[in-house]
Design a protein around this ligand. Structure first.
Ligand SMILES: [Zn+2]
Length: 155
């Protein structure tokens, strides 16, 4: 049984950081908790389905008294797959065009510190299971996307 779990674990390390799959694996084997640092534990959750603490990355919400995040997506559009993909792509370009000193990148650095400290982070928005600009924030936290004129720019 453990051999199988290990095999799945390694496939996921190679292919993606899909939290939902990892979640199932972690339930399957307590031993994997020791390997926690190898996982990408940045999760993107829908506010309405979330339990417990998380970092809100969406817009101001009067009903739930949510403060607008500096990382809210400034682009809006219909709530469907095609539109969401376009909005995520726009947000990616936007984030890459901003300098390190921008409020957005300062917020990303703050989230990065939380992630480095706790080795896990939950980003809260409203999009999931549709594509979310949180994916871009996650990439930025992981250093795969960098600010404008960044010295460590990965081409
Ligand atoms: Zn979102």
């Amino acid at each position: 049984m453990f051999v199988n779990v290990t095999a799945i674990f390694e496939i996921h390390i190679l292919t993606s950081c899909d939290w939902r799959k990892i979640d199932v694996i972690m339930v399957s084997s307590m031993d994997l908790n020791d390997k926690k640092e190898l996982f990408c534990l940045i999760e993107i959750k829908n506010f309405s389905r979330n339990k417990g603490p998380g970092e809100y990355i969406g817009r101001y919400n009067y009903f739930y008294k949510l403060k607008a995040s500096p990382l809210q997506n400034p682009f809006t559009g219909p709530i469907n797959l095609e539109s969401k993909l376009r909005l995520v792509e726009k947000f990616k370009k936007f984030i890459k065009s901003l300098p390190e000193e921008s409020p957005q990148w300062r917020e990303i650095r703050r989230l990065q510190r939380i992630y480095e400290d706790k080795r896990e982070l939950k980003l809260i928005c409203w999009c999931d299971p549709l594509p979310c600009h949180g994916e871009i924030i996650k990439s930025a936290i992981l250093g795969e996307i960098n600010p404008k004129d960044s010295k460590e720019k990965i081409v």
